[in-house]
Every structure is written in structure tokens, then in C-alpha cells.
Design a protein around this ligand. Sequence first.
Ligand code: AP5
Length: 218
Amino acid sequence: MQILFLGAPGAGKGTQCKKLAEKLGLPHLSSGDLLREAVKQGTKAGVAAKSFMDKGILVPDDVLIAMFREFLSKPEMDKGFILDGFPRNLPQAESLSTLLTELSKSLTVVINLHTSEDLLVERITGRRTCPNKECNAVYHVKFQAPKQLGVCDKCATELVHRSDDKPDVVKQRLTTYAEQTEPLITYYGNQGIVKTVDGEGEPEEVFDRLVKTLKVPV
Ligand code: AP5
């Protein structure tokens, strides 16, 4: 299966993709996690991306397209993959389509994870993430608190508050999503591959809806 997740910042894409990747044994490619790791490592892509991410606007398309060309061309992607955060605008979607055709692949389904705006802001401002790239676990101070305050349950790394999770940057990220990414729901809808999943409720509840929608055996 080649699955793409669409959804506003804070909709729960990362949370659900990680669980689904584990259940299906598929690689989870999160553009945000890949970019944050590139920033941390100080790579050319990371240096180019940082100022855009800090403002809550999209990193230039060529950076993302080159990054995903490299990852999607790896042999381990032949069993399928879960895309989270790429593509995020029409030019990126068209580049992905060209790339998948070159690789003799196509998207099986596009999940549109839908959550109301009030909840998005509450989820994002309370988020804490594990910066360890082998883990990247996601927590919430209220909804999904770690057992020990500020420490990752899985790898004991100190959790961080993402620099783009500040209220003014969150506002810009929501605007960027509405203007540039939301039109992809229609783009893929016209291809007949979009399935909308309600992202509200407990994470387990959302996951149950997701596996039912994907018709994955429980
Ligand atoms: P990215 O990291 O992709 O951020 P995003 O799309 O804004 O998504 P988030 O990570 O904020 O939210 P999420 O939906 O994954 O929610 P999560 O599961 O964490 O991108 C960051 C930046 O990188 C962009 O602004 C841009 O600059 C750049 N970028 C990335 N891709 C790009 C591209 N293709 N082109 C150009 N630029 C790009 O959940 C959120 C919180 O809610 C967590 O605390 C979680 O614990 C909690 N939570 C989740 N589900 C539930 C639930 N059901 N109930 C209660 N709490 C929940």
C-alpha cells in the first residue's frame, strides 16, 4: 500500500501514521521529521529549510522534491510506504506523480484526517516531541502525557517543544495549510482516491476509524 496523509497542522497525522506504520510494517516518511533532522545535522537542505519552518511557511519545493526522490527510490520502499507532509501544494503533488510513474508506483489511497480548528490549536500548543530521530515519539501535556514529565517513555530522551509550535507561527501554519495544502483534497478527490477520517476523539478511537476505512485486518 502507498498511503498519503493530508490534514491540518495538529490534526494527528504523525500520531496516526506512526501507529499505522507499526501495524502494517511500512516505512513512515514524515517531511517535518526529515526536515527537522536536516536542520539539526546542519545539512544543505536543513540550512535552506530553517528560516521557512520558523515562520510557518513552506520550504521551497526543490528541497522537498529532491529529498523525497532520494527516499522513495530506495529498495525498502518497494513494499509500500506512508507519506506524511509531502506533497503540500500542487507543484509538489505533480512532481510526486511524475516520480511515482518513473518508479512504476502509484498512490493507493489519500487519507484526509479532519479535525476542527479550536482543537488543532489546543493540540499543537500542548505538544511535546522526542528529538531522537530513531524515535520521534509525540506526546501532549494533557491528552497523551509521558509517564515522567518531560522524558520520552520509549527512549528516555528529553522532550522538546517545537520552535514552530508558538501561537503566532501556528496561526501562519494554519493559513499556509488552508491556502496551499487543502486544495490537494480536491486534486486527489478528482482521482477518486480520497477517504476522509474524523480525527476527533481519543487517539485509539481515531485509529480504529482509520483501520476500518483502510480495511486493514484488526
Ligand atoms: P510538519 O512537521 O509536517 O507539521 P504539520 O503538518 O504542521 O503537522 P504537525 O506535525 O504540526 O501535526 P500532526 O498532524 O502530525 O499532529 P501530531 O500527530 O503531532 O511541518 C513543519 C514545517 O515543515 C512546515 O510548517 C513547513 O515549514 C515545513 N514542511 C514540511 N513539509 C513540507 C513540504 N512538503 N513542503 C514545504 N515545507 C514543508 O499531533 C499534534 C498533538 O496532538 C500532539 O501533541 C499529539 O499528542 C496530540 N494528539 C494527536 N492526536 C490526538 C487525539 N486524537 N486526541 C488528543 N490529542 C491528540
